[in-house]
Design a protein around this ligand. Structure first.
Ligand code: ADP
Length: 224
């Protein structure tokens, strides 16, 4: 069996950093690990459109209905399904830097109550039932407060899909708060582990956070 680990969290929470570190750690321990990052901005047709969406080409965050936005992110994974399946077939562990839960958290953030619940059900149905994408065995939620995440986004180097220092989503503080609130809700679920990025002294170091992630993944991988 191949263990599927998804690294999740709001923009700037350190997903890319931690996914790469976990993958490198697993390789160094002799595990057959693979790393897949979503969205695949430059590799899929849907990914290219996601880049345009995040640059505001189709309107503001409020004007693009979340159900329609969810199609782009699910489509990017659907277009990548063969890659996902081949990677799973040839590895022991696959680390996803964002996966299905990112679509749920980001689109769910744009509605509330019953409407949010229905939208989340629709996205999960689309990704897993219609597009037949495998479920992650564990989602690791990197929990960080929004102002701190925005500081990290500001310090981040240039991305390949935008000329801006923060894309449409990253620049919207209220939106990031809502995304975090959906993640906090999701993270109460059984296949979730919350990894705190802060201590009472402030932001934890990259290595401290990585150690928590490794401990969780080692305990899951031990059963392989
Ligand atoms: P994400 O993929 O969640 O958007 P990144 O991994 O790209 O986040 O991290 C955002 C920026 O913050 C990067 O420049 C990264 O080096 C830095 N960073 C991430 N985690 C930490 C941390 N714990 N302490 C200091 N800097 C961090």
């Amino acid at each position: 069996m191949c263990l599927l680990i998804a690294i999740e969290g709001i923009d700037g929470s350190g997903k890319g950093t931690q996914a790469a570190k976990l993958h490198a750690y697993l390789l160094a321990r002799g595990r057959k690990s693979a790393l897949l990052s979503f969205p695949r901005y430059q590799q899929t047709q849907f990914g290219l459109k996601i880049g345009e969406f995040l640059n505001g080409k189709f309107g503001t965050l409020e004007t693009v209905h979340p159900l329609l936005a969810s199609l782009l992110f699910a489509g990017d994974r659907f277009e990548s399904r063969e890659l996902i399946e081949q990677t799973i077939a040839s590895h022991e562990i696959v680390v996803f830097d964002r996966y299905v839960a990112s679509n749920v958290a980001h689109q769910g953030a744009k509605s509330k109550g019953q409407e949010r619940t229905k939208l989340i059900e629709w996205i999960l149905h689309l990704e897993h039932t219609i597009y037949q994408l495998p479920h992650a065995h564990r989602n690791l939620f990197l929990d960080i407060n929004v102002p701190l995440a925005q500081q990290l986004i500001a310090a981040k180097s240039k991305r390949d899909y935008t000329e801006k220092s923060a894309d449409l989503q990253e620049a919207d503080t209220d939106y990031l708060h809502q995304v975090r609130s959906v993640y906090l809700e999701l993270a109460t679920g059984p296949n979730w582990t919350t990894i705190p990025c802060e201590s009472p002294h402030g932001l934890r170091t990259i290595d401290e956070i990585a150690a928590d992630i490794v401990a969780t993944v080692e305990s899951l991988a031990g059963a392989l």
